[in-house]
Ligand binder design. Structure first.
Ligand code: SAM
Length: 288
């Protein structure tokens, strides 16, 4: 799906033939990097926004819903997340969420697109909020596929996959495969946790089911949850996987205590939200 602009509107791809029209106030970046078409704009209703290949990735108004939902359940489920790997996550907001936890000693972010990361540093301060400069953060510009083949084994406590959608550009497709998850598991400690955003199970049910099934073939515990993201035009699905830790077992009080002890403050995610997220099941796929 390619992005189309009508005057000062942006047409955001939602499904294969469904779009949202969003009014643009300012355009800061409209370029093609080596890997993707990138736009950084102000949207009238959502504020500063990153759009890649016609898909809204994050907006100032609701990125906290997306990023807290991606990062906080996995981090809270792990009893002591010290070493964390982020694959993708160009805006730096996933890194920001990871670094909120005072247990973290090292957070490595691997993104394929160095040009995009530089643009994010410059224009997306509202999202990264300085996370790129945190002394615990290490930014590597390389393909996540290559990184998992070379990285130290049994090293990470939590791995967070924040890639472009599985039905989006080619660069991220293979990073949702069974082979990729099996290689990533080798980088994780025995009680490690992996979480991935998984696009929309409503508009792309087959792709979504494949991701869940790929993770099930590699990990013993696989749980699904979702959060409504207004600027995406759908509820974004997430899948969390581990051999040891089960997010379903966490009580609201336990989660609130963990967040408090680690000095984490959120706008969206807390103990009650954790419980609701994991109790609400999966969105039914759309079969016309
Ligand atoms: N919030 C997002 C969404 O809506 O899909 C995803 C966030 S983020 C901007 C996606 C990042 O994944 C981009 O910065 C892109 O460069 C990165 N990416 C895509 N393929 C990659 C790969 N093979 N290795 C590492 N990073 C990759």
């Amino acid at each position: 799906m390619s992005e189309v602009r009508l005057g000062l509107n942006i047409i955001q791809g939602v499904g294969t033939s469904t779009s949202m029209i969003m009014k643009v106030k300012n355009v800061y970046v409209a370029t093609k990097t080596k890997y993707q078409e990138a736009q950084i704009v102000d949207l009238e209703e959502f504020g500063r926004a990153l759009i890649l290949d016609g898909f809204v990735q994050s907006t100032e108004a609701d990125e906290f819903l997306y990023h807290e939902s991606l990062v906080q359940p996995a981090m809270s489920t792990h009893p002591n997340p010290a070493r964390v790997l982020v694959i993708g996550g160009g805006e730096g907001a996933t890194l920001r969420e990871v670094l909120k936890h005072n247990t973290v000693v090292e957070a490595v972010m691997v993104d394929i697109d160095g040009e995009l990361v530089e643009l994010a540093k410059k224009y997306l301060e509202v999202m990264h909020r300085g996370s790129f400069n945190d002394p615990r953060a290490k930014i590597l510009i390389m393909d996540g596929l290559k990184y998992v083949e070379e990285a130290p084994q049994k090293y990470y406590d939590v791995v967070i996959s924040d890639l472009t959608d599985p039905y989006g550009p080619e660069i991220s497709k293979l990073l949702y495969s069974t082979e990729f998850y099996a290689k990533t598991k080798k980088l994780m400690k025995d009680d490690g946790i992996l979480v991935t955003q998984a696009g929309s199970s409503f508009f792309f049910p087959k792709t979504y089911e494949e991701i869940v099934s790929n993770l099930r073939s590699v990990f013993k515990i696989v749980r699904e949850y979702w959060t409504w993201i207004p600027s995406f035009g759908y509820a974004c699905n997430y899948v969390i996987a581990s051999d040891k830790h089960d997010p379903l077992k966490l009580t609201p009080n336990y989660v609130d205590e963990v967040l408090k002890n680690r000095g984490v403050t959120n706008k969206y995610y807390d103990g009650r939200r954790h419980q609701v997220m994991f109790a609400s099941g999966v969105i039914i796929g759309h079969k016309p």
